[in-house]
Design a protein around this ligand. Structure first.
Ligand SMILES: [Zn+2]
Length: 237
């Protein structure tokens, strides 16, 4: 004998779905009251949970790339979205609060607003943190940005650098001492990627004086890449 359960399950499914929908609505309402969706920059109310409100995103003042001479053969071009100002500036502090969602948004802006998507890139190389700082923070913002850029572009991330010297934050160091602060900070790591003849793109969240960018870029000169460039969200200079 065959028993048909389908009609009874159909009759109970309706009320169960209705209750679940009420619970979801109640949860959203409580979340909205306790933790309203605010723009990360202007702190204005947003209709949805977004990092930047539409006004702030539209207020971004895009900038052209800046170049630094590394030696007679190499020029480092630093691509950025905007200067170290609103609305991106507060988002850079998210790394100190271990807020990877904001870092992901920075990566999205880098990909969509800077010209890096138009540049020939063979691999993204994140600027590493000293291991003590990475343990404390729980993640490396440059690594997250590089991984997001890789997801957009399908270009690989190569962890080719290691930070062998614990440096002071560049923003806390006097302008004249910043070169000394990062001198000898980076070395090549163990990695499985042939850099020779490739277009490599270093990745960081910001570039203040360019000292970190130059110091990291110089490590790769001996491997004879086709070009050494860098992409960041904000550039101070
Ligand atoms: Zn805003």
């Amino acid at each position: 004998m065959k028993i048909d359960f389908s009609s009874s399950s159909r009759s109970t499914r309706g009320p169960v779905l209705l209750i679940l929908r009420w619970i979801k609505t109640l949860y959203d309402l409580i979340a909205y009251v306790l933790c309203p969706p605010l723009c990360y920059s202007c702190r204005g109310h947003c209709p949805f949970r977004v990092i930047l409100c539409q006004q702030c995103e539209e207020s971004l003042e895009l900038i052209v790339p800046k170049m630094f001479q590394l030696n007679n053969s190499y020029i480092l071009t630093v691509y950025a979205v905007s200067r170290y100002t609103e609305p991106l500036r507060p988002m850079l502090f998210a790394k100190y609060r271990s807020d990877p969602a904001v870092i992901e948004k920075l990566a999205e802006l880098i990909w969509k607003k800077s010209v890096v998507s138009l540049v020939h890139v063979d691999c993204f190389i994140p600027i590493p943190l000293h291991w003590t700082r990475q343990v404390k923070r729980g993640f490396n913002q440059s690594q997250l940005i590089a991984q997001s850029l890789s997801n957009y572009s399908k270009i690989p991330v190569v962890d080719a650098l290691q930070r062998v010297k614990k440096t002071e934050y560049q923003v806390k160091v006097e302008q004249v001492d910043r070169r000394c602060n990062v001198k000898g900070a980076f070395e090549l790591a163990q990695f499985d990627f042939d850099i020779a003849g490739k277009h490599i793109m270093l990745v960081d969240d910001s570039c203040t004086t360019g000292s970190t960018a130059i110091e990291a870029a110089k490590v790769f000169i001996k491997l004879k890449p086709a070009s050494i460039n860098m992409v960041v969200a904000c550039r101070a200079l």
